[in-house]
Design a protein around this ligand. Structure first.
Ligand code: ZN
Length: 105
């Protein structure tokens, strides 16, 4: 028996360390930009602990909410009467939103 065991050349395990980006990013659901997490406010209820929208979007949205349409505080009837007193003639079309709780019917 000629016992020459062929040694298999064992390749040294390559240790490839992929560099982990220090700054993690997140895609903003508001503007669609991928921004560093520092641009997102923390939010305990979300999965990753950050808001879905970046700080900029949030600021824009909250400022838009406070300076919303001034006509919104009037009812459709009030607006119609206002237009009538101002001499507006024509047809007005509006959509009313009804909130009906089906469990009470
Ligand atoms: Zn954004």
């Amino acid at each position: 028996m000629n016992g020459t065991t062929a040694r298999k050349a064992v390749e040294p395990e390559k240790e490839e360390r992929t560099l982990i980006p220090i700054e993690k990013t997140k895609k903003c659901q508001g503007c669609g930009r991928t921004l560093p997490l520092t641009e997102f406010s923390r939010h305990w209820r979300s999965k990753d602990g950050y808001m879905e929208e970046c700080k900029e979007c949030r600021r824009r949205r909250t400022s838009a909410a406070t300076s919303s349409n001034p006509l919104e505080k009037f009812t459709a009837r009030q607006l119609m009467l206002e237009l009538k007193t101002r001499g507006y003639k024509g047809t007005l079309e509006y959509v009313e939103v009804h909130h009906i709780n089906l469990s009470t019917i």
